[in-house]
Design a protein around this ligand. Structure first.
Ligand code: DON
Length: 307
């Protein structure tokens, strides 16, 4: 049996030696300045112990990883009615693609591509103010991670708000198709701010426990969501969590996981572990190069592929 503490330290050492690190996202100006040398990992095992190595306590912008939490909240609010507005199929297109939305009449392929996540943000907003919706998202994260310090990096949110013209195009198109019920600027405000939540690998791995352990909250007791819903969210993470790189990630790693352009990945091994990795260099699909490589090693050494 591999010891998790040695595993995370070995992997952090191996990643520190890698030269191929990808490229830091620059289309959100505030992210462009992040040091590409960072690598962090945190694993929470079934016994509840957390193992952290490298820059596992460094805060980074969780970006699209936040879409797992907003999906959980939106399903809690509107239940399966959400699936009338958002599909459950991999898109096979870049995360910010516009073309597919027109072909498919304003119903985004899945809740993790930007168009889908904007519709999910609309379901959470539901006539409230963005402040109320964002308060709800943060409270949920504080609860599932047992950490009240998690917050929004307002400089990142402002940076994306000033430059997010593609997302504005997607939101306007959704609205034109009747798939946004709230004003476009308010929905985008919620979307940009939840993408700008800052977390460390340790906090993210803690936040993912409810998905790894059948919907249960390991410390507060009781359910965050039903085990059936946890399974379904994990299924979407496997099929859609890495956008047009989801097939390759499933092939290499075989674990449900959600990536973000900040370089973070949350990975969920059902019944066994919640894992977060971070390294800001990305591949062509916008997924962390070292983060994926590290998860591939974890999966292989622990025999944690779900297949
Ligand atoms: O909307 C965007 O483009 C970003 N806020 C989030 C995109 C993202 O993280 C895609 N991930 N790989």
């Amino acid at each position: 049996m591999v010891d998790l503490n040695s595993l995370v330290h070995d992997i952090a050492a191996e990643m520190a030696a890698r030269e191929e690190r990808g490229t830091v996202a620059s289309y959100i100006p505030e992210l462009a300045g992040v040091d590409p040398a960072g690598f962090g990992i945190a694993v929470v095992g079934a016994d509840g112990d957390t193992h952290v190595a490298g820059d596992g306590d460094t805060l980074f912008s969780i970006q699209s990883v936040s879409k797992v939490f907003t999906l959980t909240l939106a399903l809690g609010k509107v239940g399966d009615a959400l699936w009338q507005r958002v599909g459950r199929e991999p898109s096979g297109n870049p995360f910010n693609s516009i073309v597919q939305l027109e072909y498919e009449k304003g119903i985004p392929r899945n809740p993790f591509i930007n168009a889908g996540a904007i519709a999910v943000a609309d379901a959470i907003l539901a006539g409230h103010t963005p402040k109320v919706a964002l308060g709800e998202i943060l409270r949920f994260l504080h609860f599932v991670s047992d950490d009240e310090s998690i917050h929004i990096d307002s400089a990142v949110a402002r940076s994306e708000q000033a430059t997010g013209f593609r997302n504005a195009a997607l939101a306007n198109y959704l609205r034109a198709c009747g798939n946004l019920r709230n004003p476009v600027d308010l929905v985008l405000g919620v979307y940009f701010h939840h993408c700008a939540i800052a977390m460390s690998c340790r906090q993210l791995a803690m936040a993912g426990r409810y998905l790894a352990f059948g919907g249960r909250h390991p410390t507060a007791g009781g359910k965050v969501i039903s085990s059936e819903r946890a399974k379904r969210i994990n299924a979407l993470m496997l099929t859609c969590g890495h956008y047009d790189g989801s097939g390759d990630f499933a092939f290499r790693v075989g674990i449900p996981a959600k990536s973000g352009v900040g370089g973070g990945i949350l990975a969920v091994v059902p019944g066994k572990a919640s894992i977060a990795v971070w390294s800001p260099g990305l591949d062509a699909q916008g997924n962390s190069v070292l983060g994926s490589a590290a998860l591939e090693l974890v999966s292989r050494r622990m025999n944690w592929s779900i297949f």
